[in-house]
Design a protein around this ligand. Structure first.
Ligand code: NDP
Ligand code: GDR
Length: 378
């Protein structure tokens, strides 16, 4: 057997996303040959994985990209047949909860039926004894929580088209395991973040927004529900849990979480503290605002500079149905997988805030040299 043939092969859907990038790096570090599925986009959209990519014509390359889409069975079937992966990590999804209310049908197609398409490909290609399958399930399944903290046995109550689609994906994964004997696992992952988190998820929106405000590039950060509480971990820790799930003697489902909970307001305060900005909150509910007290903000600006708020609530960011509180209990993963989170909340905030401060400094420099920079953020 030549060296290439003896490598374990992993196929990652959603390779261009936050988790796809961390997982690809992790698996390459473990010696895997890594294949990623990327949908066609008009721009490259490979910023998160550019550091891993090498010209496939070079010898010894272990990282490959394939064009495919979760809504297109034939592309998925073709790629899986060609790659013959030992492990498939299904991370691709329309992953934004608020957007799922605007695009419910597409979300169901990509997130629910997309999962079925991969499972069917494994089954019909006769790979059920070779290919292990990981499904990116989510704490959003718990939705309107009926038990605190949430664990594998807590009942589900989805609160968005995203969560409803992921509920189908969760059960079809279990169904293929029970009906056809596939090695298929659900990782029920609570929120996990990083400096490469998408800019419209609340943590990154806050670190990016406050860093830009500090440097005078933005006046105000508009947010929705400040009282929502989440269990936030670091994506790097969480991709290791995905891999561990596929290395066990038997397939199973696991909650992955830190066991600590903070509100959106807490996250704002922690980021402001990290950036050396003292805030004062005034008002409540939809009128709640935060003012930058110390050190005195740069003068001559609009909001923030002259008694104007730098954080304000905009009802546009409220969801038609909200998940108010999530807190995970990952005891099963700790006991069976030996997994535990390494990065505590403060360190996560520090890493994200400092990365976005650097990014804002770069933007400031570009503006100073007359380059147009887009700051559009929904
Ligand atoms: P991202 O939104 O960062 O990445 C999603 C990935 O899916 C991107 O690569 C995206 O491609 C791809 N994708 C979307 N639609 C399609 C499609 N139709 N065909 C092919 N690819 C598609 O998500 P994360 O990395 O944060 O999350 C990974 C997975 O884990 C998702 O399934 C998410 O729902 C789930 N999850 C995430 C949690 C978190 O806190 N991050 C917690 C629990 C579950 P493109 O770059 O082109 O948009
Ligand atoms: P979530 O993450 O919905 O938990 O889904 P997000 O960061 O979008 O929201 C977390 C909480 O913050 C509140 N919030 C805001 N959210 C956004 N995006 N923008 C705002 O301005 C804002 N203001 C307040 C939200 O209402 C919510 O309560 C993420 C995704 O990664 C999913 O794919 C994944 O399944 C779950 O985490 C676990």
């Amino acid at each position: 057997m030549n060296e290439r043939a003896s490598l374990k092969k992993a196929l990652i859907t959603g390779i261009t996303g936050q988790d796809g990038a961390y997982l690809a790096e992790f698996l390459l570090g473990k010696g895997y040959e890594v294949h990623g599925i990327k949908r066609r986009t008009s721009l490259f959209n490979t910023q998160r994985i550019d550091h891993l990519y090498r010209d496939p014509h070079e010898p010894g390359v272990r990282f490959f990209l394939h064009h495919g889409d979760m809504t297109d069975s034939s592309s998925l079937m073709h790629i899986i047949e060609k790659v013959q992966p030992d492990e498939i990590y299904n991370l691709a999804a329309q992953s934004h909860v608020a957007v799922s209310f605007e695009e419910p049908e597409y979300t169901a197609n990509a997130d629910a039926l997309g999962t079925l398409r991969i499972l069917e490909a494994i089954r019909t290609l006769g790979l059920k004894d070779k290919t292990r399958f990981y499904q990116a399930s989510t704490s959003e399944l718990f939705g309107k929580v009926r038990e605190i903290p949430q664990k594998e046995t807590t009942p589900f109550y989805p609160r968005s088209p995203y969560a409803a689609a992921k509920l189908y994906a969760y059960w079809i994964t279990i169904n293929y395991r029970e009906a056809y004997g596939l090695y298929a696992c659900n990782g029920i992952l609570f929120n996990h973040e990083s400096p490469i988190r998408g800019e419209t998820f609340v943590t990154r929106k806050i670190t990016r927004g406050l860093a830009r405000i500090k440097l005078g590039l933005q006046d105000c950060l508009y947010l929705g529900n400040l009282d929502a509480k989440r269990d936030w971990g670091h994506a790097r820790d969480y991709v290791e849990a995905m891999w561990l799930m596929l290395q066990q003697p038997e397939p199973d489902d696991f909650v992955i979480a830190t066991g600590s909970q903070y509100s959106v307001r807490d996250f704002v305060n922690a980021v402001a503290h990290e950036l050396g900005m003292e805030l004062e909150w005034r008002g409540s509910g939809r009128e709640e605002k935060a003012y930058w007290l110390n050190p005195p903000p740069p003068s001559g600006r609009g909001a923030g500079g002259e008694g104007q708020p730098i954080v304000a609530v905009d009802p546009r960011y409220f969801r038609p149905a909200e998940v108010e509180t999530l807190l995970g209990d990952a005891s099963k993963a700790r006991e069976r997988l030996g997994w535990r989170p390494r990065v505590p909340f403060d360190q996560l905030v520090k890493e994200m805030a400092q990365a976005d401060l650097k990014e804002a400094q770069r933007e400031q420099l570009m503006r100073a040299h007359g380059h147009a920079v887009s700051n559009r953020l929904e």
